[in-house]
Design a protein around this ligand. Structure first.
Ligand code: MG
Length: 154
């Protein structure tokens, strides 16, 4: 099985979905580093189609979550684990990797919305999420199925 890594923020996790639960002064105060708001990662919902996509892909790939947590926000490290336990409890069991050096993970594909934290040096193929080519999970699934000859039941 080929190895597939999937990023969390804005790929599996809808980062922006937390804003509605945070009061305005707090958002304003931290507008340049929203990552650092204590507990913010516990409030986030999945991206549309992400949970279904993860389940489907884990049947066809050796699938791992590959995320970075903010260095200055320790609650984020815990909240990311709790998020995975809540939304992908069985299918991602002990498959969460948190690092600032994603390039050190060896695999075939990495689905990520950014090039930071080693993504630009990843040795496999970077599927750049939230771009014109891959605007959403539907586009990613179609591409991976096509590329790997997987039948996709729609
Ligand atoms: Mg991201």
């Amino acid at each position: 099985m080929k190895i597939l890594f999937i990023d969390m923020d804005n790929v599996l996790v809808d980062f922006r979905s937390a804003f509605q639960y945070i009061d305005k002064p707090m958002l304003e105060k931290n507008k340049d580093n929203l990552d650092d708001i204590d507990g913010i990662f516990s409030l986030m919902k999945p991206m549309p189609g992400a949970i279904e996509a993860y389940h489907f892909l884990s049947e066809h790939f050796d699938t791992y979550i590959l995320s970075t947590a903010p260095w200055n926000n320790p609650s984020a490290w815990i909240d990311k684990l709790l998020w995975v336990k809540k939304y992908l409890p069985d299918v991602a069991y002990k498959r969460l990797i948190i690092t600032h050096h994603k390039n050190l993970c060896r695999g075939d594909y990495l689905i990520d919305d950014r090039r930071k934290n080693g993504v630009d040096k990843f040795k496999g193929e970077h599927i750049h999420f939230e771009t014109e080519r891959f605007p959403d999970w539907k586009a990613v699934l179609e591409y991976l199925c096509e590329n790997e000859g997987i039948k996709h039941h729609k």
